[in-house]
Structure formats: C-alpha cells, structure tokens
Design a binder for this molecule. Structure first.
Ligand code: SF4
Length: 347
C-alpha cells in the first residue's frame, strides 16, 4: 500500500487549495508529451542540454512519446479515475519545450485536449525564451476559453547558477517572460525553481521569493537539484565537483523561501521526486515523495513558520509596469547584468 500523503497544511498555500477555489473540486493533472525537443537539444545559439535534464526531457511517462495525444490523455485519465476517483482534469503539456513548435500545431493540440471529457483546462510547460508575442497571443486566446497555466522554467534568478545549469537564458529573460504573460491577467503563471545550486545563499532565496511575488506570479514549483543518469550533472558528481544537498539543508532553504513569499502565491510542490528511480544517482532521499514533504511540514510546524510571515511589499497588479529585477531589490546581492533578452520565434 502506498504511504498516506501528508495532510494539507495551513502553513502554506498548497496548489490543491488554489484549484478547489477555482474549480470547486479536486482536479488532477494528466501529463502528456507533444514536443520532442527544445532549443538546447537542437544546439541553437551554441546552447547545450541543461545539466540536469535526462533524455526524456522531464516527461512523466516515457511511453507517451509513441502515443497520440488522445491516447495519452485517455490512458492517464483512466488510471487517475481508478486510483483517485478523479472527476476533473488539466492536460499538462510537460515534456521538453511545448512552445518550441509551430503555433498552428499547438492550436490544434490544445483544441483536441479540450474536447476530451472532463478536461477543464491546460497547463503548458516551457522556457522563458520560447514565448514569442504570437505564442503568448495563442496562450491568451485559450486562457479566454478555459483555465490556462504556464509553467515557466526559471530555475534561479542568479546568472552564474543559470550558466552552471547550461540553461541558455539569463534571469532578465525569465522576468521579461513573466512580464509578457502578465499583460494577460487570465493566464496563470507558475515559476519552476531549483534549490541546492552552487553558491546559493539564504539571502538569495529570500530575495528571489520577494522578486517573484512582486512580479505577480500565481504559483511556484520547488525542486531539489538531483543527479540523474546520462546527464552532464552526473559527470560533475562523479568527478567530485558537484554534491547535492541533504534533506535538512533543503528543508531550511524551502522554509526561508516560503517565509518571504507572498501568502497569495500557490505552492505546486515543496520538493521533487525522481520519476524514474532507476535513473537516480543522488541524493537517495529524492527517491521518496512523502517523507521529504512531511519533513518540511514538520520543520515549519516545529519552528512555527508560515508562508508570507516575512513577506514585505506588495504584488504588482496585472498590466502594471515592468517587474523589478533582483538587482533593483537587492543592489548588493546577486545582480543581473542587463542581458540580451532573446526569444525564439514560432510564427
Ligand atoms: S530541461 Fe527543458 S530546455 Fe533544458 S534540455 Fe531539458 S527539455 Fe531542454
């Protein structure tokens, strides 16, 4: 029997609460793969594969790659119905970079997903540099018809750490992407972040929480950087130049981040679990889903911590001016050079 999930906490705002308020019931995500690549894998502008990314491009189900979208949705939906008695679903376009393809194809795929029974919305995983104006318009068009959330691979707001990850974009690019999406208040924005990066400090994470809150993101998804087989990170780990952090150190970072995050921001996930256990190299605790989550919740309880308890400052209303940069909020901290903000075109 699988372990019981940790009980919902009043110490932070879990995504389940955000969904319940929006849909009036529990909704489940159906992860699908419709993209087969990304700018990094194509070596565009001399980019390299992200240091942590395995050959499946973060796909939850590797078998999905050979199935049609309809088959993928129906397979996962029937599993979720059987296991959780799930009634409503969001189709999560997760693997690789969903928006790194033709707009006409994506429009057709989104439409196909929405025609499936009990699908109430769409979630699109992508990179900050794959949101051309035409692509954002397409997202806004669907956001006018259904719930639409963009999960943006921000990972860090420190350019040195982004280079370590070989992301191929800088922090300014991520903040520009958030600003571009915010012009359409009906689009939900979730920032993916990784903790456990070289040179990371508590002050940096606290500032990141403040910047993203002020920028107006609706959600964050937190990941502990872990080492998978066949990744550049594995080479560094074996060479002794990278060591993942332990659960206690990770928990401390999550607590500091949450305390400085606006209480309005939904938390999609407190920690990552390696979806393919046989591919996990380190740390061992990334094999488990519930224990690390419970560990963090216990820590918050023990220290009487709450999301937003140390949050200072407001959130930008939709359509307000440019989002603040790390450098503007924390001039002595991790400054972001005014990098070139690039965007791949999908027109
Ligand atoms: S993490 Fe995303 S952008 Fe990076 S290599 Fe993997 S699929 Fe490409």
């Amino acid at each position: 029997m699988s372990p019981k999930p940790p009980s919902p906490s009043s110490r932070y705002r879990p995504i389940s609460r955000h969904y319940r308020e929006r849909f009036g019931c529990k909704v489940y995500k159906i992860s699908v793969a419709v993209a087969q690549s990304c700018p990094n894998r194509e070596g565009m502008r001399g980019m390299r594969v992200c240091a942590f990314c395995d050959p499946w491009g973060s796909a939850a189900y590797e078998e999905n790659a050979s199935l049609t979208l309809r088959e993928q949705i129906r397979n996962v939906r029937s599993r979720l119905r059987k296991r959780y008695k799930a009634e409503k679903f969001l189709v999560y376009f997760q693997a690789f970079t969903t928006t790194f393809q033709r707009i006409s194809r994506l429009r057709a795929l989104f439409g196909e997903a929405l025609r499936e029974a009990d699908v109430v919305g769409i979630v699109v995983g992508t990179r900050p540099d794959c949101l051309s104006p035409a692509m954002v318009k397409l997202l806004a068009e669907f956001a006018g018809r259904c719930y639409l959330s963009v999960e943006l691979g921000v990972q860090s707001l420190d350019d040195g750490q982004l280079r370590f990850l070989s992301r191929g974009h800088d922090a300014a690019c991520s903040l520009a992407a958030v600003e571009r999406l915010r012009a359409y208040p009906q689009i939900d924005i979730c920032a993916h972040l990784m903790f456990g990066l070289p040179g990371e400090t508590m002050a940096q994470l606290e500032t990141t929480a403040g910047v993203l809150s002020a920028a107006g993101v609706h959600g964050v998804k937190l990941h502990n950087l872990h080492v998978l087989r066949n990744t550049a990170l594995e080479g560094r780990y074996r060479a002794g130049t990278f060591q993942p952090i332990g659960l206690e150190a990770y928990s401390e970072r999550v607590c500091a981040f949450l305390e400085h995050l606006s209480p309005e921001v939904a938390v999609h996930r407190l920690n990552a679990v390696a979806s393919r256990w046989d591919q996990l190299v380190a740390p061992d605790w990334a094999r488990e889903k519930m224990r690390p989550t419970q560990f963090i919740l216990d820590e918050m309880e023990r220290r009487d911590l709450r999301q937003g308890a140390r949050f200072q400052g407001g959130r930008l209303p939709p359509g307000a001016g440019p989002v603040p940069s790390m450098a503007a909020i924390d001039p002595g901290g991790a400054g972001i050079p005014a990098g070139e903000i690039r965007s791949f075109s999908n027109e």
